[in-house]
Design a protein around this ligand. Structure first.
Ligand SMILES: [Zn+2]
Length: 260
């Protein structure tokens, strides 16, 4: 589904914030109140994954999560009910179709990728496989991103530039070469998946501009876990504007919803 025009009273939307259901501090109701105070439309996307600490980790858990958020939405119709699923985890594949239908939008992320050796490397692991060089890793990372875009039925890719801890001190532009950015953007574009401009894992300007130029929507996300962090979209919004994004280039769960 695509919108033919931008909403008239446009407000930033926080498409990626966490509550007490996973590793966030605020209860869902409190998060909605904070977002309102900050002039941001709320969305809740807790971790729904069997491979993240303090996440909703089972199909039954997802049912309970959706039940609570749907009750909350009865009083807060501007709330988009969402969740962040790990590409490498099985929970998203196990969810019955009826569960998928209950989300306003869905978020997927690469918290781990498969290497060509068959091993899996987690973004929050501190160790580094023997004999693996950074450029080979990045090739595998982009291959995983392409598979993610082909296979995972989500609407937003969370924090597209998140990399394993041992690589995080390096400039993103050197690891995300222009050729890799091009492949990532083409994969998202072909699938109709939005590129999150995350306030937690901030993408570099060249990548954001490439997404906009290719017609990939940008999703503004705080990835907020605390009172201070949730609904803080100042940096993502400014970055989107600098990249040339207009209102209608921004992903809006209420206007664009689910793809397919
Ligand atoms: Zn994440």
């Amino acid at each position: 589904m695509t919108a033919s025009s931008a909403p008239t009273a446009w407000r930033p939307r926080d498409c990626h914030a966490h509550t007490t259901f996973s590793d966030g501090v605020l209860a869902p109701k409190a998060l909605v109140a904070v977002a309102r105070e900050r002039g941001v439309r709320p969305s809740i996307a807790d971790h729904l994954s069997g491979d993240v600490g303090a996440a909703v980790a089972s199909v039954a858990g997802v049912t309970g999560y959706l039940d609570v958020l749907e009750r909350l939405r009865a009083d807060a119709p501007d709330l988009s009910v969402s969740g962040e699923f790990c590409w490498h985890d099985t929970l998203w594949r196990d969810l019955p179709r009826a569960q998928w239908a209950r989300f306003g939008h869905t978020v997927g992320s690469l918290h781990a990728v498969w290497l060509t050796s068959g091993a899996r490397l987690h973004m929050f692991a501190r160790g580094w496989p023997d004999g693996l060089d950074a450029q080979s890793y990045m090739d595998a990372h982009v291959e995983n991103l392409e598979r993610f875009a082909r296979e995972m039925p989500v609407d937003v890719l969370a924090h597209p530039t998140l990399l394993p801890i041992p690589l995080r001190g390096r400039p993103l532009q050197e690891l995300w070469t222009e050729a890799r950015e091009e492949r990532a953007v083409a994969a998202l574009r072909a699938a109709g998946i939005a590129f999150e401009v995350s306030n937690r894992y901030r993408p570099h300007a060249r990548f954001v501009r490439r997404a906009v130029d290719a017609g990939v929507r940008l999703s503004l996300g705080s990835d907020g876990h605390t009172f201070e962090q949730v609904a803080d979209l100042a940096w993502p919004l400014a970055t989107a504007r600098e990249a040339g994004a207009r209102d209608e280039d921004l992903y809006d769960p209420h206007a664009h919803g689910r793809r397919g």
